[in-house]
Design a protein around this ligand. Structure first.
Ligand SMILES: [Zn+2]
Length: 460
């Protein structure tokens, strides 16, 4: 099999470049990214511009099965908290075979939509009665199998969840499948590690939130994680909701991000998921810590969370990436669109996401999201550069929105004007073709299994 591709236009970390020859080794790592190359005879040429694949830095796979089902008024004032009640009801019925079917479809869908890897924030651990499965790792293994089958790059983040509110409040009934001791979490990580290693997946840890993990447990879990792998990624939900900020203030006298920065060794290993509600000092300190802001623009919009202050974050040089989180939308380009539009609405300006090096918004956002996403994933998936994995997307140059345009405009049209149809022709992960002609090989089979699993979960 040939491990080379010639692209007339490719988006390298420095920007759009002509006549790029990509070559990779057997492990799928780029060994050559040569600009201004002559197309060598026998080397396949890409059908359109090549852009780096986007790492999806935040996913709860099972939530894909009820995306679209919470869009009706159930309470006088619906919010994140009423959505969560419905999510708990759904989570209560989920079995490992449902998880695998949902995730297999979701990951195929992600690949078709330009994501080449995903960080799975996996918090359903136990059986429907809240007891550990005979194999305690059953639900995590179901996700690993789905990743393996679809070929998406994977970072597994088993979630530590212990309490229902700040200060170690006891968990409630809806949380019984999530709860585990710090010690049993560390045993789970030990059990999962060889499986992750065998398929090239990265293993990290996700303390769910400051609501769900008390200070002592956070400290012990991080110490245990360091003993296993001191470089592994750490993700946490933080400051998504104003109620969470208020509750944290009454518990500790501090806002959540400020509390975390004062009490945990936050650095470049960390991904602060959402981080929507920060004051000016928190924006400065969190950005300078080196942590990635895990933005989930369509989910944050869907849940009515609030708007991240992108200008403040970037002013301090903060890293960021995007995640599809609840999967109300599974499309890397649409997350960038939503991020840019939320900023335009909030600031009454246009082209907020452009930066000094890249005036084209879609180009600037894509490169930054790939860089930050790779950091959050703890994997070498940071773009088209030697040593990084050959994860890339070929835009569909024949799509009506793109036809006849220059390559940078094709990416702009893909993000801002492809009208929710796919303008993606091919997707490669670790140098292997996973999507061709816009379709994943498992598309039909995985879709049918997904619909069957969802139907079962919705039956009374
Ligand atoms: Zn989440």
């Amino acid at each position: 099999m040939k491990r080379t591709l010639f692209a007339a236009d490719a988006l390298l970390p420095t920007g759009w470049t002509k006549n790029v020859l990509l070559a990779w080794d057997e492990a799928g790592r780029l060994t050559q990214v040569q600009p201004d190359a002559a197309p060598p005879s026998g080397t396949p040429a890409s059908s359109g511009p090549v852009i780096p694949g986007t790492p999806n830095l935040h996913s709860h796979a099972f939530q894909r099965a009820f995306a679209g089902l919470t869009e009706h008024r159930a309470e006088q004032q619906d919010s994140f908290w009423s959505w969560r009640t419905l999510m708990y009801r759904f989570a209560a019925r989920l079995a490992p075979h449902h998880m695998e079917a949902i995730a297999t479809w979701l990951y195929a869908e992600m690949l078709e939509a330009g994501y080449t890897s995903v960080c799975e924030f996996q918090y359903v651990h136990h059986d429907t009665g809240g007891r550990p499965y005979a194999n305690d790792a059953s639900l995590s293994l179901a996700l690993l199998r789905a990743a393996q089958r679809t070929g998406i790059g994977f970072t597994l983040l088993p979630v530590l969840y212990q309490s229902s509110g700040f200060g170690g409040l006891p968990p409630n009934e809806g949380q019984r499948r999530f709860i585990r001791s710090t010690e049993s979490m560390l045993r789970l990580l030990e059990a999962l590690r060889p499986v992750c290693d065998a398929q090239g997946a990265r293993l990290g840890l996700a303390p769910h939130s400051l609501r769900a993990v008390a200070p002592d447990a956070l400290h012990d879990a991080l110490a245990g994680l360091d003993a296993l792998d001191p470089t592994s990624p750490i993700h946490i939900h933080i400051a998504e909701q104003t109620k969470e900020v208020d509750d944290c203030l009454s518990w500790s006298g501090q806002r959540p991000v400020a509390w975390l920065l004062d009490h945990a060794p936050v650095d470049a290993r960390w991904c602060l998921v959402h981080a929507t509600h920060m004051d000016a000092d928190e924006y400065r300190r969190a950005a300078l810590s080196g942590a990635v802001a895990g933005l989930c623009p369509t989910t944050e919009a869907n849940l009515g969370d609030g708007i991240f202050d992108f200008a403040a974050w970037r002013h301090h040089g903060g890293a960021w990436g995007v995640g599809s989180d609840s999967h109300a939308c599974v499309n890397a380009a649409e997350e960038l669109l939503m991020l840019e539009y939320s900023q335009r609405l909030a600031t009454r300006q246009r082209n907020v996401g452009a930066d000094g090096s890249h005036p084209q918004v879609a180009t600037a956002l894509t490169l930054a999201a790939v860089r930050g996403g790779a950091q959050a994933a703890g994997r070498a998936v940071g773009g088209l550069a030697v040593g990084q994995q050959a994860d890339f997307v070929v835009l569909d140059a024949r799509h009506l929105a793109l036809q006849g345009l220059a390559a940078p405009d094709m990416l702009s049209a893909h993000v801002f004007a492809s009208h929710r149809t796919s303008a993606i022709d091919a997707v490669w992960v670790a140098g292997q073709s996973r999507v061709a002609g816009g379709r994943h090989a498992l598309h039909d089979e995985a879709a049918a299994a997904f619909v069957a699993a969802r139907t079962q979960l919705l039956e009374d």
